[in-house]
Design a protein around this ligand. Structure first.
Ligand SMILES: [Zn+2]
Length: 303
């Protein structure tokens, strides 16, 4: 959508704006990524309607708002998004919303910036893939519970109870992941993927992480990048590299071909869920299921 059309669509949608809260009394919440959609469903439970703009396999770096999305956003009681310029093409829509007295909530903005991984690539100056640090995702959960309670105080006990239960599940997840990763020798902890989504994962669990496309999928990898990374893989004797569900797999296949053409064999170790969860209704369609699936896939392929 062109800029002017977008602004007209937002303005028109405001004129048609319904009063807050749907007739059934549930909070109407709009989210961006599948990770945030899953989180808000866990905290809001049966008391909220959650509409996620992005489905499984959708790349948030490239996602643009449709007119239908704009009207969902305008009619929302609450909007949750990641922020730190993950949803790079939605920033303009959110800024426009703010000027219309609706404040979309960027969950990652509350994280202590001094603990984030820096990046020159994003306008935020930080790597936005923070959900791969479970401690940060716990902060997301607490923020969501606090916002829901503020908007719907009579149900705040329910939201905080859901938060408590979800945080306990995330603690269990953390322990499970650590015990799986302990089975992989430290020198084999090298993760090569399509784009740099796993820096926080690497920092948390001691992996050296290399993404072929840099931090965002908005830039394509060049021939030189492929050759350089192929040499790295051969030098470090990396056994497997990984495709991502939200990034076309041709770049990783080109990398595999470059390695194999030099007489070294590297496997494609499987598909990881980086910037989007798996299909709704599957285990990988939840944040917790996705994380465990990724770790099992990585460890099994690199062993
Ligand atoms: Zn990404």
């Amino acid at each position: 959508m062109k800029k002017t059309i977008l602004i007209i669509a937002i303005t028109l949608a405001f004129f048609n704006c319904k009063n807050n809260k749907q007739e059934n009394g549930k909070l109407n919440i709009v989210t961006t990524t599948t990770m945030i959609t899953d989180l808000v469903k866990n905290i809001g439970g049966d008391l909220v309607n959650v509409q996620g703009l992005m489905g499984s396999g959708v790349d948030p770096h490239l996602y643009k708002a449709s007119e239908g999305d704009v009207s969902k956003l305008v009619n929302a009681d609450i909007i949750f998004y990641n922020g730190l310029h993950l949803e790079g093409k939605l920033v303009e829509v959110f800024e426009k919303m703010e000027s219309q007295t609706k404040t979309p909530i960027a969950l990652a903005e509350d994280i202590d910036k001094s603990t984030l991984i820096g990046s020159d690539y994003f306008a935020s100056n930080y790597d936005p893939h923070v959900w791969f640090n479970i401690a940060y995702f716990k902060q997301f959960a607490s923020k969501v519970a606090a916002v829901l309670s503020e908007k719907d105080p009579k149900n705040s006990v329910y939201y905080f109870e859901n938060e408590k239960q979800y945080l306990a599940k995330l603690d269990t997840l953390q322990n499970t992941i650590k015990s799986i990763i302990e089975t992989l020798p430290k020198e084999k902890r090298i993760l090569v993927t399509a784009h740099d989504a796993f820096n926080y994962f690497g920092k948390s669990y001691g992996f050296e992480v290399v993404g072929l496309q840099g931090l965002s999928t908005a830039t394509e990898a060049g021939v030189q990048d492929v050759q350089k990374l192929a040499a790295f893989i051969i030098n470090k004797n990396v056994k497997a590299i990984f495709v991502e569900s939200s990034v076309p797999k041709r770049t990783i296949e080109a990398l595999q071909a470059a390695v194999n053409s030099k007489g070294h064999n590297v496997e494609i170790g499987g598909t990881l869920y980086s910037d989007a969860l798996g299909n709704a209704g599957t285990v990988e369609g939840t944040y917790i299921g996705m994380f465990e699936y990724n770790v099992n896939t990585i460890v099994n392929a690199l062993k």
